[in-house]
Design a protein around this ligand. Structure first.
Ligand code: ZN
Length: 324
């Protein structure tokens, strides 16, 4: 009889589900639209049907499925298994998602913040493998974060640890979505990078991006980087500030918990070595003198699978804890 586990990554747009054995080998994965507007019970039913399909397609029985973990957008209350107020999942607010999913699947289910689960995946099989002290920064619409210290995920008192995108880099700086000013996220996320370029053009700055903005009514972070490559002064200035903010953020993180590695994930890392080398160079400017070499800055290696792998690892560990 096989010993199987589900790693589930619940996003505002898609749900990714992976079926794993107890050695953390992926057997098969699937993805389905979340449709959060239909509410949590609907989503749970879809997860249960997808899980059942994964089992039957691979000729396993329900009895072989021993546990699951679900990664959810924060903030989450991990003690109660509740999604608190994720902006993309308004109908889930206050709903006891973990226990309802456990009842429907009829197996023990654990819950984790999605960024923490992604870092746990990188720690199990990816670029943070075997690293005891490591920090993840995810570059997307916002800047997410997660921290592993001495081999354990840091949750903090209210499960709110790791909100590293909201470390203020410039006091009294740009207004952030969190209501504070000067946060790293307000400058250096993919969305904020594009937004800063748009604002400068609207203020009258000349740029080769101007025509594209008039055409499309918006700009993406990718557009800004493409124009950096062709030498546009504004695009260079905007992206250089993104790199400076990320380097400064790494220096703050180093002073705070001194990780062995800081790893970046998210769509922006498709940019490659150009981004990584600039962040490293900026970090060196702001790091504690003499300690510039004590942190390695890298990209995450598992891509979108980090969430399902991390959750499967958490489900396997939870089942061992129950057995012991
Ligand atoms: Zn903020």
């Amino acid at each position: 009889m096989a010993r199987l586990f589900l790693g589930i990554d619940l996003g505002g747009t898609n749900i990714k589900i992976g079926l794993f054995d107890d050695k953390l080998t992926l057997i098969e994965k699937t993805s389905l639209p979340t449709q959060p507007e239909k509410g949590p019970e609907f989503v749970i039913e879809n997860i249960a049907v997808a899980a059942s399909d994964l089992l039957s397609k691979n000729s396993f029985s329900k009895e072989e499925l021993l546990g699951a973990s679900v990664g959810c957008p924060g903030p989450v209350d991990l003690k109660r298994g509740v999604i608190e107020n994720a902006p993309n999942l308004p109908l889930f607010r206050g709903f006891a998602f973990r226990d309802a999913l456990g009842r429907r699947l009829n197996i023990p289910v654990t819950m984790e913040n999605d960024a923490n689960a992604a870092l746990w995946g990188e720690h199990a099989l990816g670029s943070a493998r075997g690293v005891k002290d490591v920090v993840l920064l995810t570059l997307g619409t916002g800047i997410g974060g997660a921290v592993i210290a001495n081999g354990h995920i840091v949750h903090g008192h209210c499960d709110a640890a790791g909100e590293l995108g909201h470390i203020a880099i410039f006091p009294n700086g740009r207004l952030c979505g969190c209501g504070q000013r000067g946060c790293a996220e307000a400058y250096a996320s993919a969305s904020s990078t594009a937004k800063r370029a748009i604002e400068e053009i609207q203020k009258g700055r000349e740029s080769t991006l101007k025509e594209l903005l008039e055409q499309n009514k918006t700009l993406s972070c990718r557009d800004v980087y493409a124009h950096r490559d062709s030498g546009d002064e504004l695009a260079c200035e905007v992206t250089s500030l993104t790199h400076e903010v990320l380097g400064r953020l790494c220096a703050v993180i180093q002073n705070f918990i001194s990780p062995e590695k800081i790893i970046f994930s998210g769509g922006m890392i498709a940019r490659g070595d150009d981004l990584l080398n600039d962040i490293r160079a900026e970090f060196e400017k702001y790091a504690w003198p003499g300690r510039q070499d004590s942190v390695e800055i890298y990209f995450a290696s598992l891509g979108e699978e980090s969430g399902i792998i991390g959750n499967a690892a958490l489900a396997i560990e939870a089942s061992r804890n129950i057995e012991n």
